[in-house]
Design a protein around this ligand. Structure first.
Ligand code: G6P
Length: 610
């Protein structure tokens, strides 16, 4: 949700900022801009569209300055046009700012600025902050103090970087609610929303804390809180390699990430799953082990794809550990004064670890005394830091906006968590072993599904012009149906709905005619026969059926128009395997429709605003 890059050092800043912005485009890609301090002037170029459109629209090679900031935007306030693009400046153009987040009281501040004779040209909340800092500079005559005072007055969230002709060798960065990471190089600093924009320059990073600000020059950096207390920074090491954020020969990041799943799934249980003991070792949960043993209730909170993983988690934990589980959209949970008891366990699931609603939900849960756990992919992210304990997904950087490998890794972690909890309670070693053995086979089973990708592409091409899709599944496959539908709508813009198969007769059946493809997840479990009856009902209404079914199941052949085979596993592991063809189906349909698969319109990978 908006990407920010700032550079101060000995090198030409513009190419470095532009390449950093390209790595952050997954965070937003509706407009881009750059500001370089050149010969003690601010030179700004900004444009609606992608970073490459900015590069093509103007010759940036003449910018020789070594200090600057850049931004790639996901619009919150105001259309994605040139005027609303960042950087924004104060009225005399001496201070430039890039911002990720929302200034909630911007209208009040705007009024104050206008009454004092200042003007605001764009519709953005961010420009208001830039002009406000300018007004404070006019009276205080000190940039650092002006930024600090402005931030003390604003409500809402921000990651900002400020560059100014008043301090041409300096950048000021600050955060509240939006991530900012400071890359520490040799006589140089790169400040960015994500380590992806930093890793090409240095592996040494400082994660700015909530309400912290930093002043950077070539000679060093200082930090303090926005309310002026001292802070101490810890330098940490980035945990992934540069190749992990490259496409590696695939046409899209999404396809690469789909194909990575045999490895990422394995990485999720490597060193954790104890197959012979039918148990799991989760070091990150050791300190809350006793609380987990006695917990009476678990609440899982998440958004988007992570929420679908949470639904599978509910079924798993209730079946294996017999602990009641509630799954909550983080955005709903935080605003309805949820009933939370001190012995509740609240689990946040998040790929990015930065989703604003999920973060707010765990803060609410902590306030009410619950033990809060994180299942997060991005190491060092805010949710990972603010939870009492947790388990990393170890899926590596996920760049494609539509989540794929993070989803299967979430299921990998949730399965292990349920097994761990179950074995602490009543689950037998034998049942544990059966599940662990099943998990250990999943990477090879995913590989075998990927080998048949071409047959899925073939089906996809036949349905790429459909305008609606229905996805149906039962039990463990119901969340997989929701996730399959979400993948399709995210990247192909086809309307798709996921439903529990048996609910179809309570509404969606009215939609079925010869133009409605219905994807059934019909793997063998206790509801298999009922799902077959649902397929009959669709066929009786001339609907088209694409079935995901087990290898060797030929009963389904006479009913379905197309059958996509997946290997047989335990029902509780089956949504992991079903997700793979559903991801491929969505991917190939989107490619056939000519959609921008990695950067679907209107979406952003990391939603750091409410
Ligand atoms: C955005 C992304 C989704 C993601 C959701 C939750 O909407 O586009 O792909 O599932 O946020 O993100 P998180 O990082 O918390 O898993």
């Amino acid at each position: 949700m908006c990407g920010i890059v700032g550079y101060v050092g000995p090198k030409k800043a513009s190419p470095l900022i532009l390449s950093g912005l390209k790595r952050l485009e997954y965070r937003g890609y509706d407009s881009a801009g750059i500001c370089i301090i050149d010969a003690e002037d601010l030179t700004i170029h900004k444009k609606a569209g992608r970073v490459v459109d900015l590069e093509q629209s103007v010759d940036l090679s003449h910018l020789t300055g070594t200090v600057g900031v850049g931004h790639t935007r996901w619009a919150t306030h105001g259309l994605p046009n040139d005027v609303n693009a960042h950087p924004h400046t104060n009225n005399d153009g001496s201070i430039a700012l890039v911002h990720n987040g929302i200034i909630e009281n911007y209208l009040t501040i705007k009024k104050k600025l206008i009454n004092a004779g200042y003007t605001v040209a764009s519709e953005t909340d961010s420009e208001v902050l830039a002009v406000f800092i300018g007004m404070l500079y006019d009276s205080l005559g000190n940039l650092e103090q002006a930024v600090q005072t402005a931030l003390q007055e604003v409500d809402g969230t921000f990651g900002i970087v400020v560059a100014s002709t008043h301090e041409p060798n300096q950048l000021i960065a600050a955060r509240r609610g939006s991530p900012l990471i400071l890359g520490v190089g040799q006589d140089e600093y790169v400040v960015a929303s994500d380590a992806a924009a930093i890793i090409a320059h240095t592996r040494q990073v400082v994660y700015l804390q909530e309400n912290e600000m930093a002043v950077l020059t070539r000679d060093g950096f200082t930090t303090k809180t926005i309310s002026n207390e001292e802070t101490h920074s810890v330098i940490e090491e980035i945990s992934f390699e540069l190749e992990e954020i490259e496409k590696g020969g695939f046409e899209h990041f999404m396809l690469k990430e789909i194909y990575e799943q045999p490895i990422t799934f394995h990485d999720g249980f490597r060193g954790r799953l104890l197959v012979d003991e039918g148990n799991v070792r989760l070091g990150g949960l050791a300190k809350v082990q006793e609380k987990l043993r006695t917990a009476q209730r678990i609440i899982i909170t998440a958004c988007g794809t992570s929420w679908h993983a949470a639904l599978v988690g509910e079924y798993l934990i209730e079946q294996l550990a017999r602990v009641p589980v509630e799954v909550e959209y983080a955005s709903e949970f935080r605003y309805r004064n949820p009933i939370i008891y001190p012995d509740d366990i609240v689990i946040a699931i998040s790929q990015s670890g930065e989703t604003a609603d999920t973060l707010a939900a765990i803060r609410e849960a902590k306030l009410k005394g619950a033990t809060v756990l994180g299942m997060v992919n991005v190491v060092g992210s805010t949710i990972a830091r603010e939870t009492d304990a947790g388990v990393y997904l170890h899926a590596g950087p996920e760049i494609g906006v539509a989540s794929t490998k993070a989803f299967t890794s979430q299921l990998c972690i949730l399965t292990q968590f349920a097994l761990y909890l179950g074995r602490m309670r009543d689950l037998t070693a034998e049942a544990g072993r059966e599940l662990a053995q099943g998990m250990a086979q999943i990477p090879d089973q995913i590989r075998s599904i990927l080998e048949h990708a071409e047959s899925i592409a073939h089906i996809a091409r036949q349905y790429a012009t459909a305008t609606n899709f229905l996805y149906l599944g039962r039990g463990y496959q119901f969340p997989a149906a929701l996730e399959g539908a979400l993948k399709l709508k995210e990247i192909s813009y086809i309307h798709a709905e996921g439903y529990p198969a048996a609910e179809m007769k309570h509404g969606p059946i009215a939609l079925i005619d010869e133009h409605m493809p219905v994807v059934f997840i019909a793997t063998k479990d206790e509801t298999y026969d009922k799902v077959l009856s649902n397929i009959e009902e669709v066929k009786a209404r001339r609907g088209t059926v694409i079935a995901i079914a087990n290898e060797g199941d030929h009963q389904i052949d006479r009913l379905a128009d197309h059958v996509i085979r997946i290997p047989t596993t335990l029902p509780m592991l089956a949504p992991i395997l079903a997700s793979i063809p559903l991801q491929l189906l969505a991917y190939y349909i989107a490619v056939e429709r000519g959609c921008n698969v990695d950067m679907p319109r209107n979406l952003a990978k990391s939603v750091t605003v409410e």
